[in-house]
Ligand binder design. Structure first.
Ligand SMILES: NC(=O)c1ccc[n+]([C@@H]2O[C@H](COP(=O)([O-])OP(=O)(O)OC[C@H]3O[C@@H](n4cnc5c(N)ncnc54)[C@H](O)[C@@H]3O)[C@@H](O)[C@H]2O)c1
Length: 267
C-alpha cells in the first residue's frame, strides 16, 4: 500500500499503538473475526463483542473527541454496543451498515438498465444482513422513477429480474466469502466514502447505521437509514418514504436486531 501511494493521494501509512491515535478525527474499527464455517451469527457476535469491549476503551482514552466508524460484523449490534461502551453521542459512532449493500443494489440496477451507477439512486435500509430492505418504491434514474425509466428504455423489469437483483444484493457477501474467503474491496471503498464525507464536511446522504433516539419506536437500536454525514459525524437522519410492504419489512429487520441485542444482554 505504501508503494502505491505515489499513484494515489499523498498519505503516510504507519503501524502504531493506541497512543498514536491522540488527536485522530476518525478511527475505523475493523478488528474482529469473520464467521467460521458452521458458526452462528450469535456466536460471532459474542466473539467480536469481547474484542471490541477491549479495544474501544483504549481508543476513547487516547482519542476522546474522535468519530468512530465501525465495520466489524455483525455491524449493527456492534455499533449499538460501541455506542454504549464509548458513551459518545450517537452521531459520533457510525456503523458502515448498508453502505455496501446500497452500492451493490445501484450496481446491479445499473448493469441491468445499461446506465452509469452514478445515475441510479436507490437505497438498502435496515440490518446489514439477511433481513435488509431493498427500497424499490423510490428507486430512480435521472429523476425518473425506476419502472418508468425501465419502460422508456424497453427493459422489462419483471418480478424474476427483481428477484435476481434482490438475491444478488442480499447474498453477495456469502458468494464472495465462498469464492475468495472474505470481502474487502467494496467495504474498504465504503469506509473510505464515509471518512471522506467527514473530512470534507460534505453533508452527504449515506445509508449508515446509528443508534435511534429514545423518541422513536426503535429506541437504542442501530440500523441503516439514509443519514447526513458531515464533519461532526451523523448530523441528521432522514425519514424515508416507503411502501407499506417496505415499512413492514423494515420493522421486521429491526426486530431481528432487537432479538440479537437482547440475546447478548444489550437491551
Ligand atoms: N461491514 C461490512 O460490510 C464488512 C465487510 C467485510 C468484513 N467485515 C468484518 O470486518 C471484520 C474484519 O474482517 P477482516 O476480513 O478484515 O478480518 P481479518 O482477520 O483480516 O482482520 C481482523 C483484524 O482484527 C484484529 N484483531 C483481532 N482481535 C483483536 C483485538 N483483541 N484487539 C485488536 N485487534 C484485534 C486482527 O489482528 C486482525 O488484524 C470482521 O468482523 C468481518 O466480518 C465487515
Amino acid at each position: 500500500m505504501t508503494h502505491a501511494t505515489p499513484f494515489a493521494r499523498p498519505v503516510r501509512i504507519m503501524a502504531g499503538d493506541y497512543q498514536d491515535l491522540a488527536g485522530a478525527s476518525v478511527v475505523v474499527l475493523a478488528c474482529g473475526l469473520g464467521q467460521k464455517p458452521g458458526e452462528t451469527r450469535l456466536e460471532l457476535l459474542q466473539r467480536n463483542r469481547s474484542v471490541l469491549e477491549k479495544v474501544v476503551p483504549q481508543i476513547t482514552r487516547n482519542a476522546p473527541d474522535t468519530i468512530l466508524v465501525i465495520a466489524s460484523n455483525p455491524v449493527d449490534v456492534l455499533t449499538q454496543m460501541v455506542t454504549q461502551v464509548s458513551a459518545f453521542p450517537p452521531g459520533r459512532v457510525i456503523g458502515s451498515g448498508t453502505i455496501l449493500d446500497t452500492a451493490r443494489f445501484r450496481t446491479l440496477l445499473a448493469e441491468n438498465l445499461n446506465i452509469s451507477t452514478h445515475s441510479v439512486h436507490s437505497y438498502v435500509l435496515g440490518e446489514h444482513g439477511d433481513s435488509e430492505v431493498l427500497v424499490w418504491s423510490s428507486a430512480s434514474v435521472g429523476g425518473v422513477p425506476l419502472e418508468a425509466f425501465a419502460s422508456q428504455i424497453g427493459c422489462a423489469l419483471t418480478q424474476e429480474l427483481k428477484g435476481q437483483i434482490d438475491d444478488g444484493v442480499r447474498r453477495a457477501a456469502y458468494r464472495i466469502i465462498e469464492g475468495k474467503g472474505s470481502t474487502y474491496y467494496g467495504i474498504a471503498s465504503g469506509i473510505s466514502r464515509i471518512v471522506s464525507a467527514i473530512r470534507t464536511n460534505e453533508r452527504a446522504v449515506l445509508t449508515v447505521s446509528s443508534s435511534l433516539p429514545e423518541t422513536t419506536e426503535f429506541a437504542g437500536l442501530c440500523f441503516s437509514l439514509p443519514r447526513i454525514v458531515a464533519a461532526g459525524g451523523i448530523v441528521a437522519t432522514l425519514k424515508p418514504e416507503l411502501s407499506s410492504e417496505e415499512q413492514i419489512d423494515l420493522r421486521k429487520s429491526a426486530e431481528v436486531l432487537r432479538r440479537a441485542a437482547q440475546a447478548i444482554g444489550n437491551l
